[in-house]
Design a protein around this ligand. Sequence first.
Ligand code: FAD
Ligand code: MLT
Ligand code: ZN
Length: 470
Amino acid sequence: MTTQTGRTALVDELIAIAGPGAVLTDAADMEPYAVDWRRMFFGTPLCVVRPAATQEVADIVRACARHGAAVVPQGGNTGLAGGATPDGSGGEVVLSLQRMACIRALDPVGMTMEVEAGAILQTVREAALEQGRMFPTGIGAEGSATIGGIVSTNAGGVNVLRYGMTRALVLGLEVVLADGTVVNGLRRLRKDNAGYDWKQLFIGSEGTLGIVTAAVLRLVPAPQHSVTAFIAVPDIDAALAFYSLAQSRIGDTLSAFELISATSVGLQEKHFGLKSPASGGQWFILLEGASSLAGIGEAVESLLAEAFESGLAVDGVAAASQQQARALWEIRERITEAEGREGRSVKHDISVPVTAIPAFLTDAGKALEELSPALRLNVFGHLGDGNLHYNVIMAGPGDDGAAINRTVHDAVLRHGGSISAEHGLGQYRVGEWLRTKTPAEQALSAALKQTLDPAGLLNPGKVLPRRDRG
Ligand code: FAD
Ligand code: MLT
Ligand code: ZN
């Protein structure tokens, strides 16, 4: 779509489909939808359209296709890879799912829940808890992130260790394809081998293959008893040995094993006045055990005693109340915000095999030191998943973000890892994906995109490089 007349005609069609109140064209109204959470990517959309029903989504996608306009799906706009931000052309349509936020059904016996794409993750989790059930995907942004967003990014978070990524928690999906076809796969089945499991293609595809309009989620029993502990460990080898011990002693109930560096803890204190409840180590572990059965408190106590005795832990506390547990979690969950206040950083969301973490840290640290000795690291993440947020705080404007990226990712590849564990590629990592994936994997991805979105109108330039549309 090139002409101004064409653009105006499309906006008129979108208003006819969704109603005048559901289409934003004023720059100030569109601003929250045009910039990403970290304020790294800035776009200029043609308009923002906020449909209220699946059929409206289908009609919008069809209208955009007719006019050759790209569609950028958006949920809570909390993504960390610029996936939901339109480009600066003034021609892309942001399709916000926020108004489609209905919880359609909750079955506590079958342990499933059907929700619309715009439902807020926290609302969904709270609704499940009211029925004694839990939706396990838990992330720091859950107050704004939507079900469509977590499905489309295959979000991870702090409980992946026990329950898997979002991919493992979706039983059914409804999607709108690039030509406006609605595919309804909202089945509540735990077992369904009737053909290809096509929903998995859309999970984690960041809006580049289809628009998620609703999902059936898998719930688990809400644990009745839980213990949270914050433990200082002397070094990274001890952190891994402690993890292995925790798996041996309380593995069935281990629901989080988070790694936090001393720098991350220091940033919390500096920016939020949050004091560390443990000291004396280079690293800290936030551990959670949770169960339907009583006795988890004693099990964690005995695990900690063994860790202290063997020198794997040097200091720490176990929360004595829900309020204390919340306070410990706050230290973990506010790291991203504290890092933002510290200044410009180059974020990484990498994974390596769990046992390769110590060697990766040594290797990447050395390579960065050679690149620029003044860089500082803010490392934290999901140790049990081998997923580190290996973030580099820039020393000054002269630092080259792209070179830092390449240096870290090269170390990741040397240790058999991935350049994105849970945040996705968005537009932030497309160049690095091109540099690091094999030609065969790139060709397969391009073939999938060509099949499902031949005109290249669904979220162009995200996950895969933007195609020249002539
Ligand atoms: P958006 O940001 O709006 O969109 C994300 C991507 O999904 C975009 O590519 C967009 O086009 C696409 N999309 C959105 N909705 C749809 C839809 N209905 N159909 C098709 N495509 C769609 N992530 C983790 O994995 N683990 C964490 O622990 C974690 N912690 C976080 C903590 C903070 C403080 C923040 C800010 C982010 C965190 N994230 C984490 C990032 C995480 O990916 C997002 O928060 C979340 O998954 C995105 O949901 P959203 O609704 O905001 O999606
Ligand atoms: C986290 O684990 O806190 C998130 O993935 C957010 C981040 O990486 O900043
Ligand atoms: Zn994370």
